[in-house]
Design a protein around this ligand. Structure first.
Ligand code: MN
Length: 426
């Protein structure tokens, strides 16, 4: 399928007419308030303009002239499908001509992506992060507990997760200050409080929940899959030295709470449908509530790069695939709601670090450098054990179709030096 917007038809374009990811943008430098839009080729289609022109109507309710997608997500699955069908028709070649033939409307409704400022695409209700790649869990478990005890006893029976912080989820391009925290080096008797020396990233996919559940009411994997609005790239920034000291017995806390970055475009689940893959055959039979009828993983190529300040080009850290996971987002969402925990529109579920079986597929530095013991060499000749100040980490991802790709854009951010320390006596 081609679009009359020619830039969308290039084979390497992230945003062809088959994709139509949703985001929130403003028309800088005009200072217009942020509104919802859809990326198409090198342009953004302003959905608030279409809504004001009554070309999109949700019973008179304003859903796109807002700085977040939650109003649209709350309209539910039938509305998502109907809008996707309509947008496809007005953007494809030889489709509905209401936009393609109206030059005046195009002037107001289409805006160059390169000139736009992108914002958080939705209000994060709550953020939960999982630990659902067997390769990652095995590698990390081996580092900390030895190969014999690599996977915890529960791991093959449930998607292990923890409740993170929605408040510190930020959009790509936001820099993160190096956190301070309690750190106890292995040879020290007592902890000290100071800047983390073991800053890491985690290459993940985030599932965005669009449909809420009732408190007390579990859901099936099929219901969970239907509730997912779309997917983003997610970097779960991690401080390994803070994490190592704090994580027992209740899991990550401050080592993860200082920042999580997501890509600005939410790729609709419908755009990924033909890239679905089955999760691997479980090593141990899953309990019935976690068994999926529909393949819940996707063939999405994922990459992470690192670029120190002043380096001309980034160095690739890893290339892996979302189909490497053991548990899907639908299984994670099902498990999350299984106790009766109510899920909300705007909930964000991190997949967990996505690693494959080879060293080139390891989705964080903890794995890549054996917890800092084996530095790796960048294209600049510098070495890294962990992220240093002013290093930029960038995640990218795409599903490769026949002659087109469903791109996620990028999720990028730098680690900056820590903010000044308070005078603790005051
Ligand atoms: Mn994580």
């Amino acid at each position: 399928m081609q679009s009359w917007i020619k830039s969308a038809n290039k084979a390497d374009c992230a945003f062809p007419v088959q994709n139509l990811p949703f985001g929130v943008f403003s028309r800088e430098p005009d200072g217009q308030e942020p509104v919802c839009g859809v990326a198409i080729g090198d342009m953004i289609l302003d959905l608030a303009v279409l809504e004001r022109a009554d070309l999109i109507d949700f019973g008179g309710e304003t859903v796109f002239d807002l700085p977040f997608l939650n109003g649209f997500m709350e309209q539910g699955v039938a509305a998502w499908d109907a809008l996707r069908h309509y947008l496809t028709e007005i953007l494809r070649l030889d489709g509905d001509t209401r936009l393609s033939a109206d030059m005046e409307l195009q002037k107001t409704a289409l805006f160059p992506l390169a000139d736009a400022t992108l914002f958080m695409p939705f209000l994060v209700a709550e953020y939960t992060d999982f630990y659902a790649s067997k390769h990652h869990a095995t590698n990390v478990g081996t580092l900390f507990r030895g190969a014999e005890n690599a996977l915890p006893a529960n791991w093959l029976h449930m998607p292990v997760g923890y409740n993170g912080r929605g408040s510190s989820v930020v959009v790509s391009g936001t820099d993160i200050h190096r956190p301070r925290g309690q750190i106890k080096p292995p040879d020290a008797e007592t902890p000290h409080f100071g800047p983390s020396n073991q800053m890491d990233f985690e290459l993940e996919i985030g599932a965005v929940v669009g449909v809420p559940t009732e408190m007390g009411q579990p859901i099936t994997t099929a219901q969970a899959d239907a509730m997912i609005f779309g997917y983003v790239l997610l970097n779960d920034w991690s401080s390994r030295d803070i994490q190592a000291w704090e994580y027992q017995p209740l899991g990550p806390f401050q080592g993860k709470a200082f920042g999580t970055s997501i890509s600005p475009w939410v790729v609709p689940k419908a755009a990924l449908d033909q890239f679905r893959c089955k999760a691997p055959k479980p090593d141990k039979p899953l309990l019935p509530y976690l068994i999926e009828q529909k393949p819940g993983l996707y063939d999405i190529t994922l990459e992470a790069t690192i670029q120190p300040k002043g380096a001309a080009k980034p160095t690739t850290i890893c290339r892996t695939n979302y189909n490497r996971m053991y548990y899907s987002s639908a299984q994670q969402l099902t498990h999350h709601a299984s106790s009766g925990c109510p899920m909300n529109c705007g909930d964000l579920l991190g997949s967990g670090t996505i690693s494959g079986p080879t060293p080139a597929e390891q989705g964080c530095l903890l794995e890549k450098t054996d917890a800092g013991k084996t530095p790796f060499t960048l294209d600049t000749g510098e070495t890294r054990r962990f992220i240093e100040d002013n290093d930029r980490i960038t995640l990218t991802g795409w599903a490769q179709g026949d002659g087109y790709r469903i791109g996620f854009g990028e999720c990028t951010g730098r680690i900056l030096p820590p903010l000044p320390e308070p005078d603790w006596k005051n």
